[in-house]
Design a protein around this ligand. Structure first.
Ligand SMILES: [Zn+2]
Ligand SMILES: [Zn+2]
Ligand SMILES: [Zn+2]
Length: 148
């Protein structure tokens, strides 16, 4: 997600682009791998950008709720990755290496109807994550179970 898109989302929601918000975005957008709140805190501190861990947590929560960043929970580790896709999308997470792939297809309208039928709710939103093993980890996994 580039800077323009990031700004447009904030403007659309009438949210203030504060200094910490922008710095956290910048740090995530330049890092090659997903980062934990602590890692972000350390990276920013090294660059003399002193932002409290609490503000970083708040920024990440906000980014997640706006669909700007994705929270990757793998066991006890929690990391965040900036979303590449701007529109509604889903994620698949590798349980071994933590790699994330975004998918732009969403075909659950029938499921939504069933939810409405059984609960009476009007469905306005949904989140759905897939978990598994990426191509590379699948090969490793196969080798290991083959005994070498
Ligand atoms: Zn995403
Ligand atoms: Zn993997
Ligand atoms: Zn969907």
């Amino acid at each position: 997600m580039n800077k323009e898109v990031f700004k447009t989302i904030f403007e659309g929601k009438r949210l203030r682009m504060s200094h910490p918000r922008f710095l956290v975005y910048q740090e995530l957008s330049t890092s090659e791998s997903p980062k934990s709140p602590q890692e972000l805190y350390q990276c920013l501190a090294k660059k003399e950008r002193k932002i409290g861990l609490t503000s970083i947590y708040r920024c990440l929560d906000l980014f997640e709720s706006l669909g700007i960043a994705f929270k990757i929970i793998n066991g006890s580790s929690v990391k965040y990755k900036l979303c590449e896709m701007e529109d509604h999308h889903h994620h698949i997470i590798c349980k071994k290496c933590g790699d994330v792939v975004e998918m732009d297809f969403c075909n659950i309208s029938e499921w939504s109807e069933k939810v409405t039928e059984s609960t009476g709710y009007e469905v306005t939103d949904h989140q759905l994550n897939f978990y598994g093993f990426c191509k590379e980890c699948k090969i490793l996994q196969g080798r290991q179970s083959a005994g070498g």
